[in-house]
Ligand binder design. Structure first.
Ligand SMILES: [Cu+2]
Length: 207
């Protein structure tokens, strides 16, 4: 190797090593590591906290309400025929795979994209049915739209031909946020509960 190229390569390696020491060691995850990604979340609107909604007990929340816990965040609606019940059931299974003291450190949040039909009462009857610690969140259509934008979630109402009620197409993946509210993992729809439990445990261990 010509001497000059050798030094350039060596310098590049040293620079790479130097950059790494300032960051937490990378985690081995089953989901998609989005810790460094910038395109999964948008900042909150000026003057507004992220995820400013109300829970299924009508209490106001923001993302900060869950500081100190891992958050699994999912947007959907209770009339959903398949994706939402499957996801909530999978998340409940994932929590059951964790030791109880670890499961207690996780909050699963289900944000409805259908606040018109999903009243607090409807959410309260639906969400904790899957797991008593799961929390349904809702808001005005504007608040829900803003929360969805903050996490790059898209949704759209549509009516099937001949149907008398509407369905809502919506982003089907979930996020895991760490105890400091940072987006860490993207879980595609139908991620196996074992994988979700693995990633939650890895984040808990990482602190
Ligand atoms: Cu759904």
């Amino acid at each position: 190797m010509p001497k000059r190229i050798f030094w350039i390569v060596l310098l590049a390696l040293l620079t790479a090593c130097g950059a790494e020491t300032t960051q937490a060691p990378p985690l081995t995850l089953k989901g998609v590591d989005i810790s460094q990604a910038t395109d999964f979340a948008a900042p909150a609107a000026p003057g507004s906290a992220r995820l400013a909604l109300t829970d299924h007990n009508d209490r106001p929340v923001t993302l900060d309400s869950f500081q100190g816990k891992l958050v699994v965040l999912f947007f959907g609606y209770t009339h959903c025929p398949d994706v939402c019940p499957t996801t909530l059931a999978d998340m409940a299974r994932a929590l059951k795979l964790l030791p109880a003291k670890d499961a207690e450190q996780v909050r699963v949040l289900f944000v409805t994209v259908d606040p018109e039909r999903d009243t607090a009462e409807v959410l309260k009857a639906y969400v904790p049915f899957f797991h008593p610690d799961f929390l349904g969140l809702r808001g005005t259509p504007e608040q829900v739209a803003r929360a969805a934008r903050e996490f790059r979630i898209v949704y759209r109402k549509h009516v099937e031909p001949g149907a008398d009620d509407y369905l809502i197409d919506h982003s089907a993946g979930s996020y895991i946020l760490d105890a400091r509210g940072r987006l860490r993992v993207y879980l595609p729809f139908a991620s196996p509960p074992e994988d979700v439990a693995h990633d939650l445990a890895a984040l808990l261990r990482a602190g």
